[in-house]
Design a protein around this ligand. Structure first.
Ligand SMILES: [Zn+2]
Length: 281
Protein backbone atom coordinates (compact mmCIF):
# COMPACT_ATOMS: atom_id res chain seq x y z
CA UNK A 1 0.00 0.00 0.00
CA UNK A 2 2.96 2.30 0.56
CA UNK A 3 3.50 2.40 -3.19
CA UNK A 4 0.01 3.73 -3.79
CA UNK A 5 0.20 6.27 -1.01
CA UNK A 6 3.50 7.60 -2.25
CA UNK A 7 2.19 8.03 -5.77
CA UNK A 8 -0.96 9.71 -4.59
CA UNK A 9 0.96 12.20 -2.49
CA UNK A 10 3.28 12.95 -5.40
CA UNK A 11 0.36 13.82 -7.62
CA UNK A 12 -1.12 16.09 -4.96
CA UNK A 13 2.12 18.05 -4.57
CA UNK A 14 2.37 18.44 -8.32
CA UNK A 15 -1.16 19.77 -8.46
CA UNK A 16 -0.63 22.31 -5.67
CA UNK A 17 2.52 23.58 -7.36
CA UNK A 18 0.64 23.99 -10.62
CA UNK A 19 -2.15 25.96 -8.92
CA UNK A 20 0.35 28.42 -7.41
CA UNK A 21 2.00 28.91 -10.78
CA UNK A 22 -1.34 29.56 -12.43
CA UNK A 23 -2.47 32.34 -10.07
CA UNK A 24 -3.45 35.38 -12.09
CA UNK A 25 -3.52 33.51 -15.34
CA UNK A 26 -6.70 32.77 -17.20
CA UNK A 27 -5.53 29.34 -17.90
CA UNK A 28 -2.47 27.26 -17.19
CA UNK A 29 -0.52 24.65 -18.99
CA UNK A 30 -2.73 22.14 -20.72
CA UNK A 31 -5.93 23.95 -19.86
CA UNK A 32 -9.00 22.05 -20.92
CA UNK A 33 -6.96 19.05 -21.89
CA UNK A 34 -5.45 16.58 -19.50
CA UNK A 35 -6.89 15.06 -16.36
CA UNK A 36 -4.79 17.28 -14.12
CA UNK A 37 -6.35 20.53 -15.38
CA UNK A 38 -8.71 22.51 -13.25
CA UNK A 39 -11.99 22.69 -15.09
CA UNK A 40 -12.78 25.88 -16.95
CA UNK A 41 -16.02 27.52 -17.95
CA UNK A 42 -16.88 28.83 -21.42
CA UNK A 43 -14.73 31.92 -20.87
CA UNK A 44 -11.74 29.85 -20.01
CA UNK A 45 -11.88 30.75 -16.33
CA UNK A 46 -11.17 28.20 -13.70
CA UNK A 47 -14.39 27.23 -11.93
CA UNK A 48 -12.85 25.41 -9.02
CA UNK A 49 -9.74 23.76 -7.74
CA UNK A 50 -10.10 20.03 -7.69
CA UNK A 51 -10.50 18.63 -4.22
CA UNK A 52 -9.28 15.14 -4.85
CA UNK A 53 -10.30 12.24 -2.70
CA UNK A 54 -7.87 9.50 -1.89
CA UNK A 55 -6.51 7.22 -4.55
CA UNK A 56 -8.45 3.98 -4.61
CA UNK A 57 -7.09 0.82 -6.16
CA UNK A 58 -9.66 -0.35 -8.69
CA UNK A 59 -7.52 -3.08 -10.24
CA UNK A 60 -4.68 -4.35 -8.05
CA UNK A 61 -1.31 -4.81 -9.69
CA UNK A 62 -0.15 -8.41 -9.75
CA UNK A 63 3.05 -10.21 -10.63
CA UNK A 64 1.62 -10.57 -14.15
CA UNK A 65 -0.08 -7.31 -14.97
CA UNK A 66 -0.30 -3.60 -14.20
CA UNK A 67 -3.08 -2.38 -11.96
CA UNK A 68 -5.12 0.81 -11.95
CA UNK A 69 -6.00 3.32 -9.26
CA UNK A 70 -8.49 6.16 -9.49
CA UNK A 71 -9.50 9.23 -7.53
CA UNK A 72 -12.54 11.43 -7.72
CA UNK A 73 -12.95 15.16 -7.18
CA UNK A 74 -15.03 15.85 -4.07
CA UNK A 75 -16.39 19.05 -5.67
CA UNK A 76 -17.58 17.33 -8.84
CA UNK A 77 -17.74 13.56 -8.96
CA UNK A 78 -17.58 13.62 -12.74
CA UNK A 79 -13.91 14.63 -12.44
CA UNK A 80 -11.80 11.51 -12.20
CA UNK A 81 -8.18 10.65 -12.56
CA UNK A 82 -6.68 7.25 -13.13
CA UNK A 83 -3.19 6.02 -13.43
CA UNK A 84 -1.35 2.80 -13.79
CA UNK A 85 0.13 0.92 -10.87
CA UNK A 86 3.22 -0.84 -12.22
CA UNK A 87 3.28 -4.59 -12.31
CA UNK A 88 4.73 -6.01 -9.11
CA UNK A 89 8.32 -7.21 -9.04
CA UNK A 90 10.77 -8.48 -6.51
CA UNK A 91 11.42 -11.61 -4.55
CA UNK A 92 7.78 -12.36 -3.86
CA UNK A 93 7.12 -12.49 -7.58
CA UNK A 94 10.33 -14.26 -8.45
CA UNK A 95 9.17 -17.27 -6.47
CA UNK A 96 5.49 -16.98 -7.09
CA UNK A 97 3.06 -19.86 -7.29
CA UNK A 98 0.24 -17.40 -6.87
CA UNK A 99 -2.42 -18.66 -9.16
CA UNK A 100 -3.85 -15.18 -9.70
CA UNK A 101 -0.52 -13.36 -9.75
CA UNK A 102 -0.82 -12.26 -6.15
CA UNK A 103 2.71 -12.42 -4.82
CA UNK A 104 3.24 -15.17 -2.35
CA UNK A 105 5.75 -17.71 -1.31
CA UNK A 106 5.68 -20.86 -3.30
CA UNK A 107 6.34 -24.34 -2.03
CA UNK A 108 9.27 -25.38 -4.16
CA UNK A 109 11.85 -28.09 -4.02
CA UNK A 110 15.23 -28.38 -5.72
CA UNK A 111 15.97 -31.89 -6.95
CA UNK A 112 19.23 -32.33 -8.79
CA UNK A 113 19.44 -29.45 -11.25
CA UNK A 114 15.71 -28.70 -11.29
CA UNK A 115 13.39 -26.51 -9.27
CA UNK A 116 9.90 -28.01 -8.99
CA UNK A 117 6.73 -26.95 -7.31
CA UNK A 118 6.39 -29.03 -4.17
CA UNK A 119 2.62 -29.31 -4.54
CA UNK A 120 0.22 -29.79 -7.41
CA UNK A 121 -0.89 -26.72 -9.28
CA UNK A 122 -4.21 -25.31 -8.10
CA UNK A 123 -4.69 -22.50 -10.59
CA UNK A 124 -8.24 -22.26 -11.87
CA UNK A 125 -8.42 -22.22 -15.66
CA UNK A 126 -10.91 -23.25 -18.30
CA UNK A 127 -11.02 -27.04 -18.62
CA UNK A 128 -9.75 -27.73 -15.13
CA UNK A 129 -11.60 -29.27 -12.21
CA UNK A 130 -11.43 -30.08 -8.54
CA UNK A 131 -11.81 -33.80 -7.94
CA UNK A 132 -15.53 -34.46 -7.58
CA UNK A 133 -15.86 -30.68 -7.93
CA UNK A 134 -14.87 -30.39 -4.29
CA UNK A 135 -13.01 -27.30 -3.13
CA UNK A 136 -11.52 -29.37 -0.34
CA UNK A 137 -10.09 -31.75 -2.92
CA UNK A 138 -8.47 -28.84 -4.74
CA UNK A 139 -6.81 -27.69 -1.54
CA UNK A 140 -5.34 -31.13 -1.07
CA UNK A 141 -4.64 -32.28 -4.62
CA UNK A 142 -4.68 -29.18 -6.77
CA UNK A 143 -6.75 -29.18 -9.96
CA UNK A 144 -7.08 -31.71 -12.75
CA UNK A 145 -6.39 -30.23 -16.20
CA UNK A 146 -6.87 -31.31 -19.76
CA UNK A 147 -3.58 -31.38 -21.60
CA UNK A 148 -4.41 -28.20 -23.48
CA UNK A 149 -5.24 -26.42 -20.23
CA UNK A 150 -2.14 -27.81 -18.52
CA UNK A 151 0.11 -26.43 -21.23
CA UNK A 152 -0.74 -22.84 -20.31
CA UNK A 153 -1.64 -23.19 -16.63
CA UNK A 154 1.76 -22.66 -14.98
CA UNK A 155 2.41 -19.17 -13.56
CA UNK A 156 5.03 -16.85 -15.00
CA UNK A 157 8.58 -18.15 -14.64
CA UNK A 158 7.23 -21.73 -14.55
CA UNK A 159 6.33 -24.16 -17.28
CA UNK A 160 4.80 -27.56 -17.77
CA UNK A 161 7.70 -30.03 -17.74
CA UNK A 162 8.53 -31.85 -20.94
CA UNK A 163 8.80 -35.59 -21.11
CA UNK A 164 12.56 -35.23 -20.74
CA UNK A 165 12.27 -32.96 -17.73
CA UNK A 166 10.15 -35.56 -15.94
CA UNK A 167 12.71 -38.12 -17.02
CA UNK A 168 15.45 -36.05 -15.41
CA UNK A 169 13.43 -35.96 -12.19
CA UNK A 170 12.87 -39.71 -12.22
CA UNK A 171 16.55 -40.36 -12.76
CA UNK A 172 17.54 -37.91 -10.03
CA UNK A 173 15.24 -39.92 -7.75
CA UNK A 174 16.98 -43.13 -8.72
CA UNK A 175 15.03 -44.48 -11.69
CA UNK A 176 17.14 -46.99 -13.54
CA UNK A 177 15.44 -46.77 -16.91
CA UNK A 178 15.53 -43.83 -19.29
CA UNK A 179 11.82 -43.17 -19.21
CA UNK A 180 10.78 -45.50 -16.42
CA UNK A 181 8.11 -47.15 -18.50
CA UNK A 182 5.54 -49.13 -16.62
CA UNK A 183 7.57 -52.29 -16.74
CA UNK A 184 9.08 -52.22 -13.30
CA UNK A 185 12.39 -50.80 -14.49
CA UNK A 186 11.74 -47.51 -12.85
CA UNK A 187 13.52 -48.46 -9.68
CA UNK A 188 12.13 -46.93 -6.54
CA UNK A 189 11.86 -43.36 -7.75
CA UNK A 190 8.14 -43.37 -7.08
CA UNK A 191 8.59 -44.37 -3.48
CA UNK A 192 11.10 -41.58 -3.02
CA UNK A 193 8.81 -39.00 -4.61
CA UNK A 194 5.57 -40.04 -2.92
CA UNK A 195 4.21 -38.29 0.12
CA UNK A 196 4.58 -40.08 3.43
CA UNK A 197 0.81 -40.09 3.85
CA UNK A 198 -2.31 -39.94 1.75
CA UNK A 199 -1.92 -43.11 -0.33
CA UNK A 200 -4.47 -45.87 0.21
CA UNK A 201 -3.32 -49.39 0.99
CA UNK A 202 -0.38 -48.30 3.07
CA UNK A 203 1.46 -47.44 -0.14
CA UNK A 204 2.93 -44.21 1.07
CA UNK A 205 6.39 -43.12 0.07
CA UNK A 206 9.46 -41.92 1.86
CA UNK A 207 9.40 -38.43 0.31
CA UNK A 208 13.19 -38.27 0.23
CA UNK A 209 13.29 -34.96 -1.65
CA UNK A 210 10.17 -33.16 -0.44
CA UNK A 211 8.36 -33.64 -3.76
CA UNK A 212 5.39 -35.01 -1.81
CA UNK A 213 3.50 -36.62 -4.69
CA UNK A 214 -0.13 -37.23 -3.82
CA UNK A 215 -2.70 -39.49 -5.50
CA UNK A 216 -5.01 -36.82 -6.89
CA UNK A 217 -6.84 -39.24 -9.17
CA UNK A 218 -7.92 -38.29 -12.66
CA UNK A 219 -10.88 -37.26 -14.77
CA UNK A 220 -11.97 -39.39 -17.71
CA UNK A 221 -15.19 -39.18 -19.71
CA UNK A 222 -16.46 -36.51 -17.32
CA UNK A 223 -16.06 -38.82 -14.32
CA UNK A 224 -13.56 -38.64 -11.49
CA UNK A 225 -11.57 -41.73 -10.58
CA UNK A 226 -8.96 -43.15 -8.25
CA UNK A 227 -8.09 -40.34 -5.86
CA UNK A 228 -6.06 -42.01 -3.15
CA UNK A 229 -4.85 -44.67 -5.57
CA UNK A 230 -3.30 -42.87 -8.54
CA UNK A 231 -1.43 -39.68 -9.17
CA UNK A 232 -1.00 -38.69 -12.83
CA UNK A 233 0.86 -35.63 -14.13
CA UNK A 234 0.92 -34.23 -17.64
CA UNK A 235 4.14 -33.68 -19.50
CA UNK A 236 4.28 -31.02 -22.21
CA UNK A 237 5.15 -33.63 -24.82
CA UNK A 238 2.70 -34.64 -27.52
CA UNK A 239 2.11 -38.39 -27.58
CA UNK A 240 1.19 -38.67 -31.22
CA UNK A 241 4.20 -40.80 -32.03
CA UNK A 242 2.96 -43.63 -29.86
CA UNK A 243 -0.73 -42.89 -29.92
CA UNK A 244 -0.86 -42.73 -33.69
CA UNK A 245 -3.05 -39.66 -33.78
CA UNK A 246 -1.14 -36.44 -33.50
CA UNK A 247 -3.97 -34.64 -31.80
CA UNK A 248 -5.31 -37.15 -29.32
CA UNK A 249 -2.50 -38.24 -27.02
CA UNK A 250 0.09 -36.78 -24.70
CA UNK A 251 2.71 -38.22 -22.41
CA UNK A 252 2.13 -38.29 -18.69
CA UNK A 253 3.77 -39.68 -15.60
CA UNK A 254 1.95 -41.84 -13.12
CA UNK A 255 2.43 -43.20 -9.63
CA UNK A 256 0.01 -45.67 -8.13
CA UNK A 257 -0.44 -48.00 -5.21
CA UNK A 258 -0.86 -51.34 -6.93
CA UNK A 259 1.34 -52.03 -9.97
CA UNK A 260 4.99 -51.02 -9.95
CA UNK A 261 3.91 -48.77 -7.16
CA UNK A 262 7.50 -48.02 -6.29
CA UNK A 263 8.17 -46.52 -9.74
CA UNK A 264 7.24 -43.34 -11.52
CA UNK A 265 6.01 -44.65 -14.82
CA UNK A 266 5.45 -43.00 -18.17
CA UNK A 267 2.60 -43.58 -20.56
CA UNK A 268 0.43 -41.80 -23.11
CA UNK A 269 -3.22 -40.95 -22.61
CA UNK A 270 -6.09 -39.13 -24.25
CA UNK A 271 -5.25 -35.48 -23.90
CA UNK A 272 -8.85 -34.79 -22.93
CA UNK A 273 -8.24 -36.62 -19.65
CA UNK A 274 -7.92 -34.52 -16.53
CA UNK A 275 -4.56 -34.97 -14.79
CA UNK A 276 -2.55 -33.13 -12.18
CA UNK A 277 0.17 -30.60 -13.00
CA UNK A 278 3.55 -29.95 -11.44
CA UNK A 279 5.31 -26.96 -12.88
CA UNK A 280 9.08 -26.68 -13.16
CA UNK A 281 11.36 -23.67 -13.64
ZN1 LIG B 1 -13.03 18.90 -9.75
Amino acid sequence: MSLFTRQGRGRTLLLLTAVVVSVGAVCWLGCGGGDDDNPTNNNGNTTHTHDWGAWTVTTPATCYADGVETRTCKTDASHNETHVIPKLTGAACENNCGTDGTPGSCKTVVIGTQTWMAENLNRETANSWCYENSTESCKKYGRLYTWAAARTACPNRWHLPTRDEWRTLAKAAGATDAHSEGDGSGGTAGTKLKSTSGWYGNENGTDDFGFSALPGGYRYDAKFNAAGDIGAWWTATNGGVIGGNENDYAYYRVMNNYRFGEAVSEDVAFNSNGYSVRCVQ
